[in-house]
Unconditional design. Structure first.
Length: 305
């Protein structure tokens, strides 16, 4: 039977320790992650069991009863949300896919949070924290999202980026695994990669990652359109994303809608227009705009008439 700690201890910090496996006596390491909102209220406990066969995740309610008691997992706060009020508003906050990656960064002094939904895909949809869940930490803040190195991880963080913007985030960037010469392992996350990119190890590597990914590597490649059939004419930037999209062949663009993105070939509706109509975010992993806010000037400048 797995060893567990008291609710008071769990509320303060992750708790881990070995126990015996239920059948063969193999070691089972159990870690409990307290999930608190920005006010410090314990909302749930995420339990991770590492065994020789792999990992398994389960949920406990705040009173330690099994499950979430009807709470949707996408409505839970990000892991370590209770620390955000103590961070300067201009701080770049790294958001990882899962608590163990987050703790690996936090141990190096990096301001880090984690999604707790897991990353799964169903058709064209990916799991991600809801807009309401992110309103706890997003307003006015800047984020670098660090996905696991696979398509599902990137999709998960693309949706998270869109929801962070809807929740009021100031700036959101999605980290990409560059340069390719470092041969990033498929599926790897922050915990797997810290200290592996010689000569950048430990905190030096993370500082480099945040600075370079946020200011240079994360800038998407220039969109190279097919030659227009007629001169594009002068650009007119009204500031309205919907107006710019309509001018570039997306007639159903309206504030608050998700519509076809004109910057890539995928015809599914993936470009979410914010209700203020000043910015949009594309959720498609194939989009050159993925992971950052797009304004009207971007659309008018890069998409042909």
């Amino acid at each position: 039977m797995a060893r567990r700690s008291s609710a008071a201890t769990v509320a303060r910090q992750p708790r881990s320790g070995p126990s015996s496996g239920p059948r063969d006596g193999a070691a089972v390491n159990v870690t409990e992650y307290p999930i608190r909102d920005a006010r410090g209220v314990l909302r749930a406990i995420h339990v991770r069991r590492d065994t020789p066969a792999g990992k398994a995740m389960a949920w406990l309610a705040a009173d330690r009863s099994s499950g979430l008691g009807g709470i949707r997992v996408d409505g839970l706060p990000l892991y370590r949300s209770e620390l955000v009020p103590g961070w300067l508003v201009d701080t770049w906050i790294v958001v990882t896919e899962g608590e163990s990656d987050c703790d690996a960064l936090a141990a190096l002094g990096v301001p880090a949070l984690a999604t707790v939904t897991g990353a799964t895909r169903s058709g064209d949809s990916f799991t991600a924290p809801s807009v309401d869940a992110l309103r706890d930490v997003a307003p006015g803040r800047r984020f670098v999202l660090w996905p696991d190195n696979d398509d599902v991880g990137r999709g998960h963080m693309s949706v998270t980026a869109a929801n962070l913007y809807r929740a009021g985030a100031r700036s959101v960037r999605i980290a990409v695994y560059k340069p390719a010469s470092l041969a990033w392992p498929k599926g790897a996350g922050a915990r797997d990669l810290i200290g592996t990119a010689e000569p950048m190890t430990g905190l030096a590597m993370i500082e480099w990652m945040i600075e370079e990914w946020a200011e240079r590597i994360l800038r998407p490649p220039a969109y190279v359109p097919s030659p227009p059939s007629r001169p594009a004419g002068p650009l007119r930037d009204t500031g309205s994303v919907s107006d710019a999209l309509i001018a570039r062949g997306v007639p159903n663009a309206r504030p608050g809608r998700t519509v076809r993105c004109p910057a890539h070939e995928d015809r599914h509706a993936s470009l979410s227009i914010l209700r203020d109509d000043l910015r949009a975010v594309c959720k498609s992993g194939s989009c050159p705009w993925a992971g950052r806010g797009v304004i009207a000037a971007d659309i008018l400048r890069t998409v042909p008439r």
